[in-house]
Design a protein around this ligand. Structure first.
Ligand SMILES: *Cc1c(COP(=O)(O)O)cnc(C)c1O
Length: 478
């Protein structure tokens, strides 16, 4: 490892000053860095990040949910080194290359049946833009130019460019830009925490589907697509819901002639226990092994450990969006997967009939190569099965945390855990973040919600430390 060559403290301090003067940091009020300083990171290895003083932090949120197999993963590093010697980039209009073709073929083989065409973007928000445009353009090409509206869920998050913001329902990210955004409609989200007393997650989800159906009945002529985060609404604070909702949504979208866009940017790539969350939305979803009763009164959503049954297919959305973990957290890349019917609606002699969207780095070979290395790890290490064991282990050791007097709504789907903390602290999220750092943890709460989304390479000792230190942090905050 290369050690910083200057005096550590001095490097650290000057890096912070230089960063605050030259870098405008994302998702931040810059002034807050006066009281909650930036953390200068020098290197990463596995689940650990090391700052310039050599202090370590367990990255329990996979650096905004991207770092699936840890930092500086030797296998992804090797693939990238190899790719660097062959081709770093070539434009994808008029050209092609092995990594982008292989990645498209492998994703097609892995994804729900029927999603045979891959269109690439540079990040999550650009995938959302692509899907929205492609959906409306499909309807235009097929003689229904009036279908230009979208529906999304209450508390949804689909990114922060103007189109993506128009289907995002997080007031903090949206309010300042209201005047720039074309208003779309929002339907109730099946977030299990909102179920009525005594109502279980499944019944609540079905009740939300009725609200969706009413909306579809009224507005079908103007509606192009419904965009949804399958199973877990991430930025809403890891709101989890019953898979029966997705099953019902698929039926309703078919019935009313509206596309279904599955935004699996956060939940895809194994995060919910299956490669894609949509796989769990099958008629057999009730064979999920449920721990606990999972009704509102029991105080916890049952952990869902998904074991795929024979012949189970889940649902196929009209568009499946992937990004975040797809490159193992190495390089920005996103992909919109769609079906032949949509692809064919653009296939014609006239240029204007085609889908004329582009990003300079579309299908970048290095990013595709990182994604291929990521898929190799899934296959060779049987990651989904290993994650089931890890999730069971973490659920086992987390009982003291789950039963803590200030912890509410403990919930888990695949490799995502979340809970609310009863605390009267203003700035709970920032204080928790700061306290966690003192305890060698990178936690980044959303409001009063603490969540874990660890890299899949996390080991038992690291999970022990994660749970024990989080308990200490919760103790200190309550
Ligand atoms: C992160 C995220 C996005 C946006 O991705 P970016 O790469 O940050 O633009 C879109 N949808 C979901 C569900 C996300 O979690």
């Amino acid at each position: 490892m290369i050690q910083p060559m200057l005096n550590h403290i001095q490097t650290n301090a000057s890096l912070l000053t230089r960063s605050l003067s030259a870098v405008w940091h994302p998702c931040s009020q810059m002034k807050h860095y006066e009281s909650f300083p930036l953390v200068p990171i020098a290197r990463g290895a596995g689940v650990w990040l090391y700052d310039c003083d050599g202090k370590r932090y367990l990255d329990a949120v996979s650096s905004w949910w991207v770092s699936l197999f840890g930092h500086c993963n030797p296998r992804i590093n090797a693939a990238l080194r190899d790719q660097l010697e062959a081709l770093e980039h070539v434009m994808l209009a008029g050209f092609t290359h092995e990594p982008v073709v292989q990645l498209s073929e492998r994703l097609r083989d892995l994804a729900p049946v029927g999603l045979g065409h891959c269109f690439y973007g540079s990040d999550g928000a650009s995938a959302v833009e692509i899907a929205l445009k492609m959906s409306a353009h499909y309807w235009r090409n097929t003689g229904k130019p009036g279908k230009t509206q979208f529906i999304s869920l209450e508390n949804s998050y689909h990114g922060e460019t103007l189109g993506a913001l128009s289907v995002t329902d997080v007031a903090l990210f949206r309010d300042a830009y209201g005047a720039l955004i074309r208003q779309q409609s929002i339907v109730p989200n099946p977030d299990w925490r909102k179920a009525a007393a005594g109502e279980n997650a499944e019944n609540y989800a079905l009740r939300c589907a009725i609200a969706l159906e009413q909306h579809l009945q009224q507005h079908r002529a103007q509606l192009a697509a419904f965009i949804v985060e399958p199973l877990v609404q991430g930025a809403a604070g890891m709101a989890m819901y019953h898979p029966v909702y997705l099953q019902r949504v698929r039926q309703l979208c078919d019935e009313y002639g509206v596309h279904l866009i599955a935004d699996e940017i956060a939940v895809g790539m194994g995060r919910t226990g299956t490669m894609f969350a949509c796989e769990q939305a099958s008629p057999l979803s009730l064979t999920l092994s449920l721990k606990g009763r999972g009704d509102k009164n029991s105080g916890t959503l049952p952990s869902r450990v998904y074991v795929r049954g024979a012949g189970e297919e889940g649902i196929t959305p009209d568009f499946l969006l992937l990004s975040k973990g797809i490159t193992g957290g190495y390089l920005p890349l996103s992909v919109v997967m769609t079906c032949d019917e949509i692809y064919q609606a653009f296939y014609a002699d006239e240029t204007a009939h085609g889908f004329l969207h582009s990003h300079s780095y579309t299908g970048n070979p290095l990013a595709c190569r990182a994604a291929l290395a990521t898929l190799d790890i899934f296959a060779r290490d049987n990651v989904l099965a290993a994650n089931r064991d890890k999730a069971a282990y973490l659920n086992g050791i987390a009982l003291p945390l789950r039963d803590h007097r200030a912890v509410r709504n403990w919930r888990n789907t695949g490799m995502i855990w979340a809970f609310e903390v009863d605390s009267t602290h203003r700035d709970f999220a920032q204080r928790c973040f700061a306290l966690a750092l003192q305890n060698e943890l990178l936690l980044r709460p959303i409001g009063n919600t603490i969540y874990f989304m660890p890299p899949y390479i996390i080991g038992e000792e690291e999970m022990d430390l994660l749970v024990k230190r989080t308990l200490q942090v919760v103790e200190q905050l309550t």
